[in-house]
Design a protein around this ligand. Structure first.
Ligand SMILES: C[S@@+](CC[C@H](N)C(=O)[O-])C[C@H]1O[C@@H](n2cnc3c(N)ncnc32)[C@H](O)[C@@H]1O
Length: 305
């Protein structure tokens, strides 16, 4: 493992970006990656051009969450990504107040976070019965936001159940491709998106939602089925777990719990091939015909009828 980081740096310096990314993907798939791994991933994405700036930003955030003392990463992050103009996204002071505290804790673009805010608020307004669930929490910003909405609502008995490994993505399968590239070699494979549970707890403390969010660590395949009875009914699910097998596992375990009128946001629907494939196969198998609306080119909203 010690040799992989200098090897990736050298490849990057020689302009061999794809080779450097392969080495970094291998490094990320090992436990306890050394300081600087996500910094170099960010540099690779930056070298690929403007289209990948957002991805580079997420790698820098991951580096800083895992290694807060990495000054090199902090400097680059502050230089490239000065603070977000939240007013440009939404006039709601409530959204601005929450999002400004959570931007470091989420990989979601602000537009996606706003979709979450608006649709979770809608089920609260419509009094759809049930809990909230997030599958794919990473550093916790999206779950903390869902908890904050419950905290301020008229139904504070609800909880947001937040499922994640809290140690990064499991290994992708053969269905997990984007833009014709397999997930592992795209530098978003096993071990990426990692953040400890403490990052979720810190995010919750920032917006006062710690009593409303229940973290459930572990693989969905081991945790979801065991919590179905406790969750009982669902008003809102955010599915943000990227892989085919993970998405299918969520659909199979949690869709039977949806209340009529419940909303489901399926992130990366048109980005990761496996996410759309899982939903399409599941809908056909179960004979579902729920309306599906695209909130952004990559985000689908499904409403249980
Ligand atoms: C894109 S990140 C989630 C981003 C998050 N919603 C945010 O606001 O930044 C995807 C997460 O899904 C989790 N994940 C994917 N498949 C999983 C599985 N089978 N079991 C547990 N967690 C899984 C990963 O650990 C990772 O943290």
């Amino acid at each position: 493992m010690n040799e992989l980081l200098p090897k990736a740096r050298e490849l990057l310096e020689r302009g061999l970006i794809e080779d450097a990314m392969k080495v970094l993907a291998e490094l990320k798939s090992l436990a306890n990656t050394p300081m600087g791994t996500d910094f170099l991933r960010a540099k690779c994405f930056l070298a690929l051009g403007k289209k990948y700036e957002g991805t580079a930003r997420e790698c820098l955030k991951e580096e800083l969450r895992l290694n807060p003392k990495n000054e090199e990463a902090e400097l680059l992050y502050n230089e490239l990504f000065p603070s977000v103009d939240l007013e440009a996204y939404c006039e709601s002071p409530k959204f601005q107040a929450i999002a400004s505290k959570l931007s470091f804790h989420t990989m979601m673009p602000m537009r996606h976070l706003l979709n979450l805010f608006e649709n979770a608020n809608a089920v609260l307004r419509e009094n759809i019965p049930g809990n909230f669930v997030e599958c794919g929490v990473a550093a916790g910003g999206s779950s903390a936001l869902l908890g904050a909405l419950i905290a301020e609502s008229d139904s504070p008995n609800r909880r947001c159940y937040s499922f994640d490994t809290f140690s990064g993505m499991p290994a992708p399968g053969s269905e997990d491709r984007a833009d014709g590239q397999d997930a592992q070699s795209s530098c978003w494979g096993k071990g990426t998106c990692s953040a400890p549970m403490e990052s979720l707890l810190e995010a919750c403390r920032k917006v006062g939602s710690e009593s409303f969010v229940k973290p459930i660590p572990g693989l969905f395949e081991e945790t979801l089925g065991a919590h179905v009875d406790e969750i009982a009914q669902i008003a809102f699910i955010h599915i943000d777990c990227d892989w085919y097998e993970s998405t299918l596992c969520v659909l199979e375990n949690l869709f039977p719990l949806l209340s009529p009128g419940a909303r489901v946001i399926l992130d990366d629907y048109d980005y990761w091939d496996g996410v759309r494939k899982a939903y399409e196969e599941f809908s056909i198998e179960k004979g579902l015909n729920y309306p599906l609306v695209k909130l952004t080119p990559n985000t689908a909203l499904i409403v249980k009828t």
